[in-house]
Design a protein around this ligand. Structure first.
Ligand code: F3S
Length: 435
């Protein structure tokens, strides 16, 4: 692998032990994947934030690196923590856990990382441009960055993403290269796919089939992303386009959880599938690749639903909710639950802190909280210390949450539309005749 003189110096320790350690990780990965050179990265998303997952050994590892002088040299954002960093007591989190979680965030912040604590960094300003090389961890964020924004990243682990942030480099292999961004499976969708839960169910089905490949969807009827199609919703973005962003977000998260998908294309919608044929030498969906026909989403709905009726907790916002999703939750509660009536189940809507603040300014947070729900910033159920909390069953509209809740949080799950989830929060149950 060719290194520039500056990179050789970094590897030799000329810029300190912390940078040298980061370069050792990046160069080792480069050798393993037979990269020819390193690339400058424009931004990084670091996972490995919840103290429940890190434990004392992980926190010690971070403290050591920070004490050696580790500082990020590109804009770097952080994945969700195991709790709302401000309102953790409302979630029932113990003081002991909270203390360790807050210390973890402080160590990351000391390295110059923005404590955004979200798996949707593109909702809070970390928006890579089309074709930019980045190094992101968090599978749902990776698949969104590659597919919806057209940026280029592999599925980094927490340590390799942090190393990339500290030395500003990643190795050129995998999805940084044109050839690996071509489809490996053509997916022909022949059934209606409408709500966010249906996009999630589709992702779950296809992810099981495609594994770590690149699916290319045809037959999906979605509004186009807005001008340039490589940006997040701005003020004035049409309602349809907002729904496309959210649908693609849930589709990708599901693909990345039942499979190991880091990139997908939707014909005529995602940016690379819009400019097909324009870039010479790139045939995004080559003839002769395997084909998968989806006639029904039922197999996913069956697989993701346990036979539980009583619902303790409803979770919306996996990946973290946009302002539009928050608005939909508030609207459903207003429409279906008489003012003053408290929800029977607990309801958590998880999102970036900035979106929570926007929702508060619009009065949306207040609608949910007055009904007894919680609008949780910074946190994620899957990495929260759920064993400390009194929940056994969960309802969600996210296939990723539905497939992770049992193995990671020990919760039996009901999966379905946002409307059914909010009904479950209002009534405390999920009728068996509606799977
Ligand atoms: Fe985000 Fe947690 Fe879901 S990290 S994608 S809310 S499992």
């Amino acid at each position: 692998m060719r290194l520039t003189p500056e990179e050789q110096g970094m590897l030799a320790g000329e810029q300190g032990r912390a940078t040298q350690r980061a370069m050792e990780i990046i160069v080792t990965l480069g050798h393993i994947y037979e990269a020819e050179r390193l690339l400058d990265v424009h931004s990084v998303q670091v996972a490995g934030v919840s103290y429940r997952n890190l434990g004392e050994a992980g926190l010690e590892f971070l403290r050591d690196w920070a004490a050696e002088g580790a500082r990020v040299r590109v804009p770097t954002t952080l994945n969700p923590a195991g709790m709302d960093l401000v309102r953790w007591q409302h979630m029932g989190i113990s003081q002991e856990y909270a203390r360790k979680q807050l210390e973890t965030i402080e160590v990351y912040a000391a390295m110059g990382i923005q404590p955004t604590c979200t798996c949707a960094p593109y909702l809070v300003g970390n928006v890579p441009g089309y074709g930019e090389h980045i190094a992101w961890s968090e599978s749902s964020a990776v698949v969104y960055a590659n597919s919806v924004l057209g940026a280029r990243t592999n599925r980094e682990g927490g340590p390799s993403a942090l190393a990339a942030a500290i030395c500003g480099r990643t190795a050129e292999y995998g999805l940084h290269c044109d050839a690996n961004r071509r489809a490996t499976l053509r997916v022909e969708v022949r059934c209606a796919v409408c709500g966010l839960d249906e996009y999630a169910a589709l992702g779950y089905l296809v992810g099981r089939d495609v594994g770590g490949g690149v699916p290319y969807f045809v037959g999906l009827s979605m509004a186009p992303l807005d001008a340039g199609s490589a940006d997040v919703p701005q003020e004035g973005t049409s309602q349809d386009a907002l729904q496309t962003h959210d649908a693609l977000k849930l589709l990708g998260a599901a693909l990345a959880s039942s499979g190991a998908v880091a990139l997908y294309h939707v014909q005529g919608v995602t940016p690379e599938a819009c400019i097909e044929g324009v870039r010479p030498g790139v045939d995004l969906c080559p003839c002769g690749i395997p084909r998968l026909v989806i006639e029904s989403l039922e197999p996913a709905i069956t697989a993701l639903n346990a036979s539980v009726e009583s619902i303790d907790l409803v979770v919306i916002g996996c990946p973290h909710a946009s302002l539009e999703e928050l608005r939909q939750v508030a609207t459903l509660i207003t429409a279906r639950s008489p003012r003053g009536q408290r929800l029977v189940s607990d309801l958590w809507v998880t999102m970036p802190r900035r979106v929570r603040e926007q929702g508060e300014a619009l009065g949306l947070v207040q609608v949910i909280e007055e009904a007894g729900g919680q609008v949780i910033a910074d946190g994620c159920v899957v990495v929260a210390p759920m064993q400390e909390l009194p929940y056994h069953t969960l309802a969600t509209n996210s296939a990723k949450m539905a497939s992770y809740a049992l193995p990671h949080a020990g919760l039996q799950v009901r999966f379905g539309s946002l409307e059914r989830c909010i009904n479950a929060a209002i009534t405390g149950c999920w009728p068996t005749h509606q799977p």
